[in-house]
Design a protein around this ligand. Structure first.
Ligand SMILES: N[C@@H](CCC(=O)N[C@@H](CS)C(=O)NCC(=O)O)C(=O)O
Length: 202
């Protein structure tokens, strides 16, 4: 199995953390997805990372599909609960964290366009989306150690990957550590796990 990804890509990080937590061996190839013709295209027409290429050549994408596949191939450290309501709750956390990232990436992509082509209104809309979502995350996390059901899960991994990327890129100058103390506490706790500490974007 080979994972095509990037060391800064937060969605790739989510997959790398799941691989590590579940002790699944997988080659990791760092690819540049910036060119129109990039090395991911032959495997994934979307040309995005992460893309997981299985031994029989089947390619899986996107990160949510990949982590579901990985969680089901090994019983070690189950990260997505079997119970329907719990599974949906964990995947909702993941959707929220990934959604913050989606908006953050749009802000970043906008900021590196030619100045004349940038739209402040567009960036502001994405930043407002991020802030609303972060406030919701902070409220739902509250005093809890883990996002869902007092148990470490994919929800915690998705949240940590999101925050790690925001820390690294700071789209729109967002400073979540001071604005969202519960999220900051959660991230510090997550950094105690080697799978998280070893994959910090740099
Ligand atoms: N929803 C996708 C998002 C993947 C994604 O946007 N990856 C970025 C890197 S962080 C990418 O490949 N961007 C290339 C591009 O948009 O051209 C997932 O969860 O895998």
């Amino acid at each position: 199995m080979k994972l095509l990804g990037g060391t800064i890509s937060p969605y790739t990080r989510k997959v790398r953390v799941v691989l590590a937590e579940k002790k699944i061996d997988c080659d990791f190839e760092i690819v540049d997805v910036n060119p129109v013709d990039n090395p991911v295209n032959p495997h994934n027409p979307l040309g995005k990372v992460p893309t997981l290429v299985l031994d029989d050549g089947t390619a899986l994408y996107d990160s949510r599909v990949i982590v579901e596949f990985l969680d089901s191939v090994s019983p070690i450290s189950r990260l997505i609960p079997d119970d329907n309501r719990e599974r949906v709750a964990v995947r909702r956390w993941e959707a929220l964290a990934d959604g913050v990232l989606d908006a953050g990436l749009l802000v970043r992509y906008e900021s590196i366009r030619d100045k004349k082509e940038q739209s402040q209104a567009w960036s502001d809309k994405q930043l407002a989306r991020m802030k609303r979502s972060m406030a919701q995350i902070e409220k739902e996390l509250g005093e809890r150690t883990w996002c869902r059901a007092d148990r470490y899960s994919l929800a915690d991994i998705a949240l940590a990957c999101c925050m790690g990327w925001l820390d690294f890129r700071k789209p729109g100058g967002v400073d979540w550590r001071s604005d969202y103390p519960a999220v900051a506490r959660h991230y510090d706790k997550m950094m105690e796990r080697p799978a998280i500490a070893d994959t910090v974007p740099k």
